[in-house]
Design a protein around this ligand. Structure first.
Ligand code: BTN
Length: 263
């Protein structure tokens, strides 16, 4: 039986089955943030599908301006999209679904989306990955571009992470599955993005709903100017979380600073 492929540019390049995503592949040993490098390349005119992978990041960024710890062992990458029109707000959840599918295929364990953009592993629902989408739809000489950044704790020793992160994080595997996981994730991402681009939203929506572990749970959602507590009843057509409060009102939230699942 063959062991996991080495996590090298050649191994990944040779195994990619995608048509446009990951072509070209930019492979780095260390960078501040792959999102920043992809943005720089996009602004210089790099084509849609350009994939920037770095074995570590020295200044990885998460949502809400938080730092993202990126030790060796993780899969840290960003790619460039150049949509001809503003993409569906479902894009981020569709990418999270792609990561879940890849984890299931490669690591043979279930993976779920925790709204709005975490990838978590049952049964404890610890976080194994996250997404950071940064868009510029116009105003650049090269036309609009979106950077999709994805971090997966693929083969990370969680004791390398700071205590606050370690308490909620997990690693997908205790084997070095990085190459296989990256290749599978790229394939799953390309398939879903092609579906969205064709306007085939129904299947993507159904998958997101099915994979979203937040639904049916008691939640507290907080954003800069407010908070709502109640039952996460469903997702609206754009991927917003519909929360039913104790008084019977419903409120839909599209972005948040935190979404806590209550026991
Ligand atoms: C989050 O859950 O807060 C989002 C984390 C996104 C991390 C990835 S790692 C690759 C890319 N480069 C970054 O600086 N951030 C994203």
């Amino acid at each position: 039986m063959r062991g996991p492929a080495a996590y090298t540019a050649d191994a990944v390049q040779g195994a990619l089955t995608s048509r446009w995503l990951g072509r070209p592949l930019v492979w780095l040993d260390v960078v501040g943030s792959t999102n920043d490098e992809a943005r720089r390349l996009a602004d210089e005119g790099a084509p849609e599908g350009t994939l920037v992978v770095s074995r570590t990041q020295s200044a990885g960024r998460g949502r809400q301006g938080r730092a993202w710890q990126s030790p060796l062992g993780g899969v840290w990458f960003s790619f460039i999209l150049r949509p001809s029109q503003p993409p569906t707000p479902l894009l981020s959840l569709a990418c999270a679904a792609a990561v879940c599918a890849a984890i299931e295929a490669v690591a043979h364990r279930p993976a779920r989306i925790k709204w709005p953009n975490d990838v978590v592993l049952p049964p404890e629902l610890r976080k194994a990955g996250g997404l950071l989408l940064e868009g510029r739809l116009s105003g650049s000489e090269q036309g609009g571009s979106i950077i999709v950044g994805i971090g997966i704790d693929a083969f990370v020793d969680v004791f390398e992470l700071s205590p606050e992160v370690r308490d909620i994080a997990t690693s997908v595997s205790d084997e070095d599955i990085r190459a296989d996981l990256l290749v599978a994730t790229v394939g799953e991402l390309e398939r879903r993005y092609d579906e969205l681009r064709r306007g085939d939203l129904a299947a993507v929506r159904a998958e997101i709903t099915d994979r979203c572990v937040t639904l049916g749970r008691q939640v507290v959602v907080e954003w800069e100017s407010g908070r709502v507590e109640g039952t996460a009843g469903g997702l609206d057509p754009d991927g917003g979380l519909v929360v039913r409060t104790g008084t019977g009102k419903t409120q839909t939230v599209w972005s948040c600073t935190s979404c806590t699942l209550l026991p």
